[in-house]
Design a protein around this ligand. Structure first.
Ligand code: 9MR
Length: 464
């Protein structure tokens, strides 16, 4: 790892140790913005697990201070979203331009963030002149491009996506200009050139629709295996993970594991999980579950080194322009409020959310209510309460009450029957979830409005 990366890690490790051992609570953070700074960031939580949690970014957004406030604080890794690509870095033959990408790398260094370089060889965002290079010259042109770009960033980039998206869905090689004019060997040649240009950068092959086990990821697997056998310098594979709501591949963890077992690292490099817009509470909850699944799959395999979201705010995502009617794929909304998907990642990485638990009961009966703010956005929030039978005998009904002290409301509620009287909310079990064996649990959820502070209330559970 390069010097800046090492420095970033040490700084984060120290910050994390303080943050994670402190009495930090998401609920408090949600309630009082002034205490938000004290809560650990995703980057800090990931660092405590020996991982990074990063975001891609692009130059235009660096002028938005609300955006950079989050980018610079929440993440410990940055991917250059566009401006290292060939059309920016070598717009005409032999003329290199690093002006824009340098701005992003400087931002990352100023915020102690490690950088993933993206990407040296790709069929897209390739300037036209490359298509016109005679076949006999293209290998030299490719090597020269890599030598200059990876050479310029030597020591400043911890990973390079050396080759991007070289396979078709059926596992055959994509017929890019590199494939057609150089042939199958172009990928290995690119990795060799990258190693020579920056010996300390970890070299990655990166692709999409390779998150689960399928024909395309099999092709990638076979390539990595043969590279390892031949001594071609490859260090990792990037699973982009542009996913669809509710469709995280069931073989994700198994797939990560099989690459790790080949002796390469794995990174989730471009995570987003798109839905039909507009958002609603049910879609948000599904998305949160999906983000949790992806995060857990990475944490389950030691060689899965980190996760990068493909930008972090729904206002700055590539999805709506490419998939009309879809979007809301990220972990912050357009106004930089944290979504349920954020909290899912936060929890999966070991962050704790505030809960309030109260027991009432006698004669061997009793229950607890554990209240959690699942997500918070401009003007609204989603809450969740888990009821547990803490007594020694079966209970046949429960009631949970709390006070809305700050003018919040409870709107749509599921898995319970609610009544609100002034500031008092009462939720009784639905006709299907009142009956709980000792230690049994059930969970109800709701969305509501809040215009200011939204402290976690004391929720009181009584039986029957
Ligand atoms: O986010 C990038 C977007 O701004 C560009 O217009 C687009 C051009 O193809 O590339 C996007 O990033 C892609 C990444 O470089 C490679 N994997 C797919 C990403 C989304 O298209």
């Amino acid at each position: 790892m390069s010097a800046p990366a090492g420095r970033a890690r040490r700084v984060l490790a120290a910050a994390t140790a303080a943050a994670v051992t402190g009495t930090l609570a998401v609920g408090m953070a949600v309630a009082a913005p002034s205490s938000e700074a004290a809560a650990p960031t995703l980057g800090q939580l990931a660092a405590a697990k020996g991982r990074y949690f990063g975001s891609a970014t692009d130059n235009p957004t660096l002028n938005n201070s609300a955006y950079t406030a989050v980018l610079g604080s929440e993440f410990d890794q940055i991917t250059v979203g566009n401006t290292q690509k060939w059309m920016y870095s070598e717009p005409s033959r032999g003329r290199f331009d690093f002006t824009q990408a340098d701005q992003i790398v400087a931002f990352a260094q100023a915020h102690d963030q490690i950088v993933r370089g993206h990407t040296l060889v790709w069929h897209n965002q390739l300037p036209d002149w490359v298509n016109g290079v005679p076949a006999g010259e293209l290998l030299g042109v490719m090597r020269n491009h890599i030598a200059n770009v990876a050479g310029h960033y030597r020591g400043k980039v911890v990973h390079w996506d050396v080759v991007n998206e070289a396979f078709e869905e059926d596992g055959t090689r994509r017929q890019s200009v590199f494939q057609q004019k150089i042939g199958d060997s172009y990928i290995a040649e690119a990795f060799k050139a990258a190693r020579a240009a920056d010996p300390n950068a970890k070299l990655y092959y990166n692709d999409y629709n390779v998150e689960g086990i399928n024909a395309k990821s099999d092709a990638m697997y076979n390539m990595v295996k043969s590279f390892k056998q031949q001594g071609i310098p490859i260090d990792g594979v990037g699973l982009q993970a542009h996913l669809i709501l509710g469709q995280v591949p069931g073989t994700l963890q198994q797939n990560i594991k099989r690459f790790a077992d080949l002796g390469v690292d794995v990174a989730i490099t471009e995570l987003d999980i798109r839905m039909r817009t507009p958002r609603d509470a049910a879609k948000d909850a599904q998305q949160a579950a999906d983000y949790r699944t992806v995060t857990n799959a990475c944490l389950a395999v030691t060689r899965c080194v980190g996760i990068t979201v493909w930008d972090f705010s729904d206002g700055y995502s590539w999805i709506p322009s490419v998939f009309p009617g879809e979007g809301a794929a990220l972990i912050y909304d357009e106004n930089f409020n944290k979504k349920p998907s954020y909290w899912a990642v936060y929890e999966a990485l070991g962050g704790t959310t505030t809960t309030t638990t109260t027991t009432t009961g006698n004669n061997g009966t009793g229950c607890t209510a554990t209240y959690r703010v699942v997500g918070q956005w401009n003007g609204g929030y989603q809450g969740e309460v888990t009821v547990r039978n803490t007594g020694a005998v079966r209970i046949t009904g429960w009631t949970v009450k709390w006070t809305l002290a700050q003018g919040q409301t409870v709107g749509s509620l599921w898995n319970g029957v609610s009544t609100t009287s002034g500031q008092e909310v009462t939720v009784r079990n639905a006709n299907y979830n009142g009956n709980l064996a000792p230690n049994g649990t059930t969970t109800f959820g709701f969305t509501g409005s809040s215009t200011g502070a939204n402290p976690v209330p004391t929720a009181v559970c009584t039986t029957a």
